[in-house]
Design a protein around this ligand. Structure first.
Ligand code: SF4
Length: 168
């Protein structure tokens, strides 16, 4: 798995101040107007490493700034589901600010049909799902690009076995 970018102290991708990881590779690579086409290539960026993982954990546990959690974007994070498991597992276990938001071109239902992707989902708190559709783009939307996308409360949805939207 490669990492396309890592933004510390990000206030755009999710609520509060967060750290954001952009993983490389997207098998959809067909959304016209994609915000991050450079990351479609699975070889773009730098290889994921244990050192990088340690630095993310350290950044989340920083004690002089209030960090709300981690955001995972792409590319397509769920095309890297196995690689991300180490990180999300550690975030939940070792970090006090362990709220995880994740973005995907897959829908919640598609993710739940795949064992590996579902496993990654179970460690996360909020999913922004669905492909970016340029015809439904709305610049006023918060945390998503087009109107078809949903902001989903993952744990509640898994519990109720139906999509429950996140309420901010
Ligand atoms: S799923 Fe996301 S990263 Fe992939 S092409 Fe669509 S907008 Fe771009």
């Amino acid at each position: 798995m490669n990492i396309a970018d890592y933004k510390r102290f990000d206030v755009i991708n999710g609520p509060g101040m967060r750290h954001s990881i952009f993983v490389s590779g997207c098998s959809h690579h067909s959304c016209e107007g994609c915000f991050n086409a450079v990351s479609w290539n699975f070889n773009y960026g730098k290889p994921y490493s244990k050192d990088f993982e340690d630095s993310v954990i350290r950044d989340l546990n920083i004690d002089h700034v209030k960090i709300s959690g981690l955001s995972i974007l792409g590319g397509e994070p769920f095309d890297n589901a196995e690689g991300l498991l180490y990180l999300v597992h550690r975030v939940k276990k070792e970090c006090t600010n362990n709220n995880i938001w994740i973005w995907s071109g897959y829908t919640f239902e598609e993710i739940c049909e795949d064992e590996k992707m579902k496993k990654l989902l179970t460690y996360c708190d909020v999913l922004v799902d669905g492909r970016f559709i340029i015809g439904q783009r709305d610049l006023r939307l918060k945390w998503k690009g087009s109107r078809n996308q949903r902001i989903i409360n993952i744990q509640e949805s898994l519990k109720q076995n139906k999509v429950v939207l996140y309420e901010s």
